[in-house]
Design a protein around this ligand. Structure first.
Ligand SMILES: [Zn+2]
Ligand SMILES: [Zn+2]
Length: 344
């Protein structure tokens, strides 16, 4: 089968890999769609990618949907022909964290499963554990189902932050996670959502996703105060991972408010502790999603209770994966979520 493998810094190649039957307890999928994640891009742009050093699988791709084409011995809950959303981090199911329903913190570290320690879905086929396969209802759209994983990340951020729909919510950054945070907040019943984003095209996308306002970062303080009788937002989510994004959350958040850190930064940077103390801010750092949240997210999309289609900007065939990475790396502002599909 064809797959896109990362061979070095900014060096991705189409390779031919052997076709294997699924092992016991595993299911094999014909990949339908697989999204390119910001973390995939970081790895691609890294001077020393883990994939090229043999520390992780060279084939990335952890945001995927597919059709089941074979099941291994012992698989009971998944059948050939079904459409599934793949959970790349379903947890081992046995450690104390998994027993507590916090699979994102699994001792086995399996959040980085498919597309990390296991071959990913920028390929024609992918094999996953039965536990990782979320069977979707008949008629589910496989294209939108590929956004289940980042949508689950966005929902987990709001849930961990204790978001309540009456609150004023500030989202810093309108990349895919920021946009999906807006969609998730709307699905929870929220309407008072303001997004800060320097790029005009992304601001327009945020408004299409349901943001009340999308503004330049410099305007954020004034807009959030104007919408809250001068207080600021009760909760803000940083979906940028950039010092400027977090600073705009600090600026826009009310005294006693909460800041959720959902964007992964490249470098450590200083935080204004004094200001955080004076305003008694609560910071919550979030990682991934629980298995239950992943399943809920899959169903919200599959049953069309949310529309994630405004986040998708393009679908390309597997052969065009290296080109899509190169274009995203050059002008990531204008592209949103790019999906790779063997059938494109
Ligand atoms: Zn991702
Ligand atoms: Zn575990």
């Amino acid at each position: 089968m064809k797959a896109a493998a990362l061979k070095g810094s900014r060096a991705m190649e189409i390779v031919e890999l052997p076709d294997a039957a699924p092992a016991p307890g595993e299911v094999k999928l014909r990949v339908a769609y697989c999204g390119i994640c910001g973390s995939d891009l970081h790895e691609y742009e890294s001077a020393q990618p883990f994939r090229a050093m043999g520390m992780l699988q060279p084939v990335m791709g952890h945001e995927f949907s597919g059709r089941v084409i074979a099941v291994g011995d012992g698989v009971r809950g998944v059948a050939v022909g079904q459409i599934v959303a793949g959970n790349p981090g379903p947890g081992c199911g046995e450690c104390a964290y998994c027993a507590a329903g916090r699979e994102n913190l699994c001792r086995a570290g399996s959040l980085g499963g498919t597309g990390y320690t296991r071959p990913g879905a920028f390929a024609e086929y992918v094999t996953i554990a039965e536990r990782a396969a979320v069977v979707l209802p008949e008629g589910a759209d496989a294209r939108e189902a590929a956004l289940t994983e980042p949508f689950a990340v966005a929902r987990h951020a709001l849930i961990q932050g204790g978001y309540r729909p009456a609150e004023l919510l500030v989202v810093a950054g309108a990349g895919p996670i920021g946009l999906l945070t807006v969609i998730a907040a709307r699905a929870m019943g929220g309407t008072r959502i303001v997004v800060s984003e320097p790029l005009a095209g992304r601001r327009a996308a945020a408004e299409r996703c349901g943001a009340l306002r999308a503004v330049e970062p410099g305007e954020m303080i004034n807009v959030s105060r104007a919408l809250s009788e001068g207080n600021g937002a009760e909760i803000s989510v940083d979906a940028s991972g950039l010092p400027a994004g977090i600073a705009s959350c600090v600026d826009a958040t009310a005294r006693g408010g909460r800041i959720v850190l959902a964007g992964v930064g490249e470098q450590p940077f200083p935080l204004d502790i004094t200001r955080s103390i004076i305003s008694e801010l609560t910071y919550t750092a979030v990682l991934g999603y629980t298995r239950a949240e992943f399943i809920e997210s899959a169903m919200l999309i599959a049953e069309r209770r949310v529309d994630v289609s405004p986040v998708i900007s393009e679908v390309v065939p597997v052969e065009a994966t290296p080109d899509a990475f190169a274009r995203l790396s050059e002008g990531r502002g204008e592209l949103r979520k790019v999906l790779v599909s063997p059938d494109a």
